[in-house]
Every structure is written in C-alpha cells, then in structure tokens.
Design a protein around this ligand. Sequence first.
Ligand SMILES: [Fe+2]
Length: 76
Amino acid sequence: MDLYQILMQDHCRTDQIFSVIEKTTAAEAQSREQLFADLRKGLEAHNVVEENIFYPELERFSATRELVGDAFDAVD
Ligand SMILES: [Fe+2]
C-alpha cells in the first residue's frame, strides 16, 4: 500500500466515524466523545503526513504544485 492509498484509507475511516457519530443519541454521549477523540487523533496524524510528506512531494511537480497551494488556501 502506498502513501496515497493510506491517506485515502484515512479519508474513508474519517467518513465512517462521522457516520457513526451522526447516529449516536444524547444517551450515548460518552461513546460520542470517544469517537470524536478517535477522530481527532486520526486527523492529527493524517495532517502531519499530508503536510510533511505528501504535499512536499506534490510540490516537486509543476502539474500538481498549484493543487498544494489550493489545499493550503482552503485551510486558511
Ligand atoms: Fe487528507
């Protein structure tokens, strides 16, 4: 599995966690808190990989360099 596949797998996992969170009820607040904690931990790790490995690699190529700028603009 390459880095791109791992990042895409993270995106799918994030979508799945959000789907589960959306189905929780007020009575499941503790479970919901744990899901958000898991989500945060996963997103933080994902972000480190994207910003430090994936995006710098994309910036090496003129065809994808602009996309990296757009990705950072979307975050700001
Ligand atoms: Fe991502």
